[in-house]
Unconditional design. Structure first.
Length: 145
């Protein structure tokens, strides 16, 4: 699947990144598999705070990084969000044990950090969001679909 940039924005604070996440609700209407790309500290979880709030699945303060639990589930009236962190997942076999296919449904949105490590997810993704740190609080966010 070839990807073209459909949106690009520069945010200058965590609050602006959260607000941009809220603005993505229409683009991310379920079902969706979304890859979140960016280095450690790039703002991926901050963006998810806004997405979860937009879908009334979780309050911004309740969204945390799933680094150690690997999957956080947030249930909302319009969508179930699964925030997934594959940073510590190294092999396709480990990926399979997470049962991501079982999470996919008509009202699910999978928001996957570090998914680019797995070619299968690159092929299956509906949307890719790249976050690039440009300063202490400045982020360049690009949406590919």
């Amino acid at each position: 699947m070839s990807a073209t940039i459909t949106r690009e924005i520069t945010t200058r604070s965590p609050e602006e990144t959260i607000a941009f996440g809220r603005a993505l609700a229409d683009l991310l209407a379920p079902p969706k598999l979304v890859l979140l790309r960016g280095d450690l500290g790039a703002g991926k979880t901050t963006l998810v705070k806004g997405i979860a709030a937009a879908f009334e699945a979780a309050a911004e303060d309740d969204v945390t990084s799933p680094t150690f639990t690997l999957v956080h589930e947030y249930r909302g009236p319009r969508a179930n969000l699964y925030h997934i962190d594959l940073y510590r997942v190294d092999t396709p076999r480990e990926l399979e044990t997470l049962g991501l296919d079982d999470l996919r449904s008509e009202n699910s949105i999978l928001l996957i950090e570090w998914g680019e490590k797995f070619p299968r997810l690159l092929q299956e993704r509906d949307v890719e969001i790249s976050l690039e740190r440009e300063g202490e609080n400045t982020r360049r966010i690009r949406i590919f679909s």
